[in-house]
Design a protein around this ligand. Structure first.
Ligand code: ADP
Ligand code: ADP
Ligand code: MG
Length: 449
């Protein structure tokens, strides 16, 4: 059973079918004619459109799994994918959860607990608090020690939400209550901590796979092009790394995962400071990640398949030295948003669509001609992924593939990516996590087509 929607639900169904596994997808009332529903063997409605009443309703989903005699549940990303209570409810119902056990999710899904684990495992973390900060005074003390600017972060945070930057003590005092309120409202947990802000850093993350006794890595991705701390363009490998640093950062990720006897696919996220060649642990995502296809393209793997095999109890079928990087892959997130209107969501009907194809092109999407994009969920509607032998060739292929992509009836971020792929700094890989927002603030229009 796939407990998700959109492109990732389609992605999981496809791997399961190749493995000869019968698939059932859950859906809300407004997703009854989605591509995932069309692709799956069975579909089951779990509630009305608002996610809190359907895709986030643990009891409704577990009941559906029991009623339909499901063996295993894949949670995808977002929604309940990193919710330890959901994993526990699935375990209690006697079903397999395709992911780590609920205890591991509890340990690593919480950013503060994960920082603690990283520290114990000897993995470098950014300066900041080692425990929850309940009072403003405590926050000011930790921030002063780390040195401004600092980030105020929600321990339960995700998707770039609940993060605030404070340049001085006054800002910290003003922003902390806002961050706490947002974290409480978004994640149901207002626990905050403070971390030193690392300017002009790169976001580098390592894909890992564990079977409970052994952990391997599938190298790294660079995800520095972000808007509101959400990735919009990802690549693999991260060409900024030397082989020596690549081995070091991947080894750190493996050490951390081994420390918790990790079982499943996961991602260990780091910030990398090019000027000092230092890296700092950010968080671990105990699930499949949006940008997993770039790793699949350079390593020749199917990560969803590996996740399902691990959940079935199989030992890892690959050895570390069998995983090698070949060529370069880039992913662009295509969102139903209008880049000319501050990325305002653009739900509606995709009247007609033309998908890019040809050598080295993969388009993971939920779109089909005439499909409806409901206003209730994340605006990502597709991921354009290209692969070629070198980064330069991959960029050419990306230009070509973007020019083939046509989506009529809604606004999309295609025009943003067309501008990025022509940008001199992007071409030279001269980027950092603040790059895109700085560039956007100088730019007038995308002449959205
Ligand atoms: P990734 O690196 O996979 O993009 P993100 O943290 O950006 O990881 O989250 C992946 C997806 O899940 C995004 O679509 C994001 O909006 C969504 N998401 C992440 N965390 C949450 C959360 N706590 N609540 C709701 N949606 C979330
Ligand atoms: P989320 O769970 O929302 O993904 P992360 O901790 O992974 O939160 O951070 C998201 C993004 O915020 C990072 O990719 C980076 O761009 C920025 N960020 C997080 N921590 C720091 C830091 N200490 N210094 C600078 N930027 C940071
Ligand atoms: Mg993150």
């Amino acid at each position: 059973m796939v407990a998700n929607r959109g492109e990732i639900a389609c992605r999981i169904i496809r791997s399961a079918r190749e493995m000869g596994i019968e698939t059932t997808v859950i859906h809300s009332q407004c997703d009854d004619d989605s591509l995932a529903v069309r692709l799956a063997d069975n579909a089951v409605e779990v509630g009305p459109p608002p996610a809190s009443k359907s895709y986030l309703d643990i009891q409704a989903i577990v009941n559906a799994a029991i009623d339909h005699e499901i063996d295993a549940i894949h949670p995808g990303y977002g929604f309940l994918a990193e919710n330890a209570k959901f994993a526990e409810a699935v375990e209690d119902a006697g079903k397999l959860f395709v992911g780590p056990d609920s205890q591991t999710i509890r340990l690593m899904g919480d950013k503060l607990a994960a920082r603690e684990t990283a520290k114990k495992a000897g993995v470098p973390i950014a300066e900041g608090s080692q425990s929850r900060l309940d009072s403003l005074e405590e926050m000011c003390t930790v921030a002063k020690e780390a040195g401004y600017p600092v980030l105020i972060k929600a321990s339960a945070g995700g998707g770039g939400r609940g993060i605030r930057i404070a340049n001085n003590q006054d800002e910290l005092k003003r922003l902390a209550p806002q961050a706490r309120a947002e974290a409480q409202a978004t994640f149901g947990d207002g626990t905050l901590f403070v971390e030193k802000y690392i300017p002009q850093a790169r976001h580098i993350e390592v894909q890992i796979l564990g079977d409970g006794s052994e952990v391997i890595h599938c190298y790294e991705r660079e995800c520095s092009l972000q808007r509101r701390r959400q990735k919009v363009w990802e690549e693999a490998p991260a060409l900024v790394l030397t082989d020596e640093i690549r081995e070091k950062i991947c080894a750190s990720a493996v050490t951390l995962a081994e420390h918790v006897n990790y079982r499943g696919a996961g991602t260990v996220e780091f910030l990398y400071d090019e000027s000092t060649e230092e890296f700092f642990f950010l968080e671990m995502n105990t699930r499949i990640q949006v940008e997993h296809p770039v790793t699949e393209m350079i390593c020749g793997l199917d990560l969803i398949r590996e996740m399902i095999l691990i959940a079935q109890g199989s030992p890892l079928c690959l050895k570390q030295d069998e995983i090698r990087i070949r060529g370069h892959a880039i992913e662009c997130r295509i969102n139903a948003e209008n880049p000319d209107q501050d990325f305002m969501p653009s739900p509606g009907t995709a009247e007609s669509v033309t998908f890019p194809a040809g050598p080295g092109v993969r388009f993971d999407t939920m779109l089909f001609p005439g499909c409806n994009i409901p206003p209730y969920y994340d605006s990502m509607i597709g991921k354009l992924v290209v692969w070629d032998g070198s980064r330069e060739a991959a960029l050419s292929r990306l230009r070509r593939a973007l020019s083939e992509l046509e989506i009529e009836g809604i606004h999309t971020t295609k025009s943003l990516h067309q501008a990025l792929v022509e940008n001199g700094d992007v071409i030279a890989l001269n980027i950092h996590t603040g790059f895109l927002e700085q560039w956007l603030s100088r730019r007038q229009s995308f002449h959205n087509r």
